[in-house]
Design a protein around this ligand. Sequence first.
Ligand SMILES: Cc1cc2nc3c(=O)[nH]c(=O)nc-3n(C[C@H](O)[C@H](O)[C@H](O)COP(=O)(O)OP(=O)(O)OC[C@H]3O[C@@H](n4cnc5c(N)ncnc54)[C@H](O)[C@@H]3O)c2cc1C
Length: 332
Amino acid sequence: MDKKILIVGHGLAGCTLALTFYRKNIPFKLIGCSQVGEASMASSGLIAPITGRRYVKAWRIDEFVPKALEFYRWTEGLTGGEFFFPVEIVRYLSHQEGRTAWERRLYDPEYAQYISDKKSAKLDALNRPYGIVTGGYRLDTPGWLNAVRGFLSEKGLLEIIDSPYPTDTPYEGIKIFATGAVDPSVAARVIPNKGESLLLMMPDWRIREVIKEEVFIMPLNDTEMCWVGSYYDPWPDNPSPSQEGKERLLASIEKVYNGSVKVVKHMAGVRPTVNDRRPLIGPLAGRPGQYIFNGMGTKGTSLAPFWAEQLVAHITEDLPLPAEVLPDRYIP
Ligand SMILES: Cc1cc2nc3c(=O)[nH]c(=O)nc-3n(C[C@H](O)[C@H](O)[C@H](O)COP(=O)(O)OP(=O)(O)OC[C@H]3O[C@@H](n4cnc5c(N)ncnc54)[C@H](O)[C@@H]3O)c2cc1C
């Protein structure tokens, strides 16, 4: 590759892309400016292979999970930290329709690695029908991001800048924008979608699986802490954590838990969502040499490693990207 490569934005997307170039020995530079509302810093990093009331597989999940597992394990080797953990996710089967759908999936070989007939004594005691989704993972996203930023900075590959890089700055080479929802100047079609989350000390919470009640409750390994979040607030007035958001999350926890609660941290982030729920990956129309790596929406953890590899192959080997992720699908 003879052209210089500049990646703008050092969130989960930009860092994953940077490491993918690094792994292939392709020179690049990453720049990033931390701003209020970075989605990655509020994320729980969950990969939930099964979604919806009918318990269907998430889009291309059979391809995304093995890639994510391989990629995050490799990054753990690079940084010397542990960030990617297997999780099981409880789905309450409150309605007959849900129970029937679950039963059907139990006997479907296509779902064998995700839909289980596992039982847990703690869940049985609650007297609510449930099923356990297997094959999920959780990335400690802020922890991973801090470690990766440290690694890239030490290698001289990441420059942290004080104010946002003006996206129309002339550049001789290839520019890739991984700017999330924070900077709308190159992210047309990204719908900013705010979410708030809390780290709570919940010493009497005994369930070790991830639970989706009104919100997700995700116990953190070997601690009494849970990550709790989050609601969806498209086109938010501001990206910061709000008192109202905190109270809403605490109220949802009170409905299912009456033990003691201490707020350890309150976070907010703005997810880069897209109307058709597909990421925005590829060349930017009318801007030769410029690309976008964005639109990871609610699923950055599973999407980023797979699509980073695809974008790198597209730029360096001219391999095609599928039309469903190309940014020009929205531009007539
Ligand atoms: C509450 C919450 C919970 C979530 N839970 C999950 C989950 O369980 N599983 C999951 O997969 N996903 C989850 N997500 C979504 C996930 O966080 C996103 O998909 C992902 O983090 C998007 O990463 P990104 O790098 O595109 O954006 P960001 O994390 O926002 O990063 C963009 C970066 O670019 C920088 N930047 C922007 N413009 C410029 C510029 N001009 N110059 C320099 N730097 C710039 C920003 O400051 C920022 O650091 C959640 C999000 C939220 C808010």
